[in-house]
Design a protein around this ligand. Structure first.
Ligand SMILES: *Cc1c(COP(=O)(O)O)cnc(C)c1O
Length: 457
């Protein structure tokens, strides 16, 4: 019998609604707080930053939210995305477990990020917004938003962490190609940027600083709004198209996963693939394990604290309830740039605290080794972020074999690594070094926070 390697869906099977896990959570996420008064903020506090429809989605208790037809039409450029059975990897591992992966690298920007960039640009356009500001680290979010803004005729202004701006010129050119203006952050265009530059003229920048710059500009101008590529509830919800399609694809293969794995930066691609499966746990008593894979150099889920913290460095955002390493934490410059954020989203943090999801941390050499094995057995070169999921899958498959209990494992291959050849070059030439943050560094960063601890790991 011939093998079914790629499981595809038709355009008609692109989901018509996003899934909002908040509706099914036993404990709802805690509210955001005003950074000054520390009182819960109402939706109206967010109106300078986001269009009304996204604010509604941020706080909705509805289980399902309709995807506008205009957004579905754009999704059709790359959705439904393919799912593969990883026969090559399974064979190389000699495992009895079944491994599937959902491939989000087929989007124009090469990652899962356009799944939320497109609806965010759409709702901004609906409400007459002229310009969107944002930050980007490695450049994946900036390129996704540049693409989406161009489609809907909105100006896009991207603050790109300076080290990446200098080190990843092709990501910047991709954004320029889609018509965006890109500035290295910290810049002298904002008060936040000037403040950081006054302290350190050679600041390499960080995501937290770039967020401060983008938010500041949106606050100052009525026609300008801000967009975030992860962490927030509405962003995680938009990504659930990944898991909803995966369910249909696995149904076609006659399978259901025992384990779902995704890399973890702020939580959006993890939520995207895992939440629709977690729904079966929450509503039907299933016991699918959902594992978030984070880097050992930025381990907020496995070594951080659950407490209120700022989303940015300067203090322009509300306090969010999150597993965090502290908003001043500057992770080592590992190659999985998309995973170098100090905190996790409120929903994911609550789920972790309640023991409904799991987290593992991994060092980058194990990840790259797994990524190379994947490229050589499955053909696709994974984004460095995605290699964290692959390494976790390999660990789980080996454990299942040792226990003599083969599992069905699904993971999110959230992007390709075509813009990350510098990292692969370093690994292949033996120059890639290991990074693991020390307990002293974590404790020192958390000691700078003045909010009470809700839970420790
Ligand atoms: C942005 C990004 C991540 C990390 O962000 P999440 O919100 O946790 O998904 C991971 N992988 C890729 C390819 C990314 O672009």
């Amino acid at each position: 019998m011939s093998q079914i390697r790629k499981i595809t869906l038709t355009e008609n099977e692109i989901p018509r609604q996003w899934y909002n896990i908040v509706a099914d959570m036993p404990n709802k996420p805690l509210p955001p707080l005003h950074p000054g008064t520390k009182e819960p903020i109402g939706p109206e506090m967010l109106t300078p930053l986001f269009p009304m429809e996204l604010i509604k989605q941020e706080v909705t208790g509805d289980t399902w939210v309709d995807i506008p037809e205009e957004v579905r039409d754009v999704y059709k450029i790359w959705r439904p995305t393919p799912m593969y059975r990883a026969y090559g990897l399974e064979k190389a591992l000699g495992t009895s477990s079944k491994i599937y992966y959902k491939y989000e690298g087929v989007s124009p920007a090469g990652s899962h990020k356009p799944n939320t960039a497109v609806p965010q640009a759409y709702y901004n356009k609906q409400e007459g917004v002229k310009r969107i500001t944002t930050e980007t680290g490695a450049g994946q979010w900036g390129s996704a938003l540049s693409f989406a803004c161009q489609l809907f005729g909105i100006e896009c202004e991207v603050y790109m962490v300076r080290v990446s701006y200098e080190g990843k010129p092709y990501r910047k050119i991709l954004m320029n190609t889609w018509g965006a203006n890109v500035y290295p952050s910290p810049s002298d265009r904002t008060e936040s940027g000037r403040k950081i530059l006054a302290q350190d003229p050679n600041s390499p920048g960080s995501l937290g600083i770039a967020i401060s710059e983008a938010v500041e500009l949106a606050m100052q101008d009525e026609q300008t709004k801000y967009a975030l590529g992860s962490v927030l509830n509405h962003v995680l919800m938009h990504q659930t198209v990944i898991g909803l399609e995966s369910i249909k694809q696995l149904e076609k293969a006659g399978d259901m996963p025992d384990i779902v794995v995704a890399p973890f930066g702020g939580g959006s691609n993890f939520a995207g693939i895992a939440f629709p499966f977690l729904r079966y746990n929450l509503t039907e008593g299933k016991t699918i394990r959902c594992i978030a894979a984070e880097p050992a150099s930025c381990p907020k889920l496995t070594r951080g604290e659950f407490r209120y913290d700022l989303g940015d460095t300067v203090g322009m955002t509300p306090l969010l309830p999150m597993y965090t390493l502290g908003h001043n934490f500057v992770p080592a410059p590992i190659h999985a740039g998309g995973l170098r954020y100090h905190g996790a989203g409120a929903i994911v943090s609550q789920l972790l605290k309640d023991g409904l999801i799991e987290a593992q941390s991994l060092k980058q050499l194990e990840c790259f080794e797994s990524g190379i094995l994947f490229a050589r057995t499955e053909g696709i070169v994974p984004a460095p972020e995605a290699t964290h999921a692959i390494a976790t899958v390999i660990r789980e498959a080996k454990q299942a074999d040792e226990a003599g209990e083969p599992k069905t494992i699904l993971f999110n291959l959230c992007g390709h690594g075509h813009f990350d050849m510098g990292a692969y070059e370093q690994y292949l030439s033996g120059k890639l070094v290991e990074h693991e943050v020390t307990q002293e560094e974590i404790s020192a960063s958390l000691a700078e926070l003045d909010t009470p601890v809700i839970a420790c790991v």
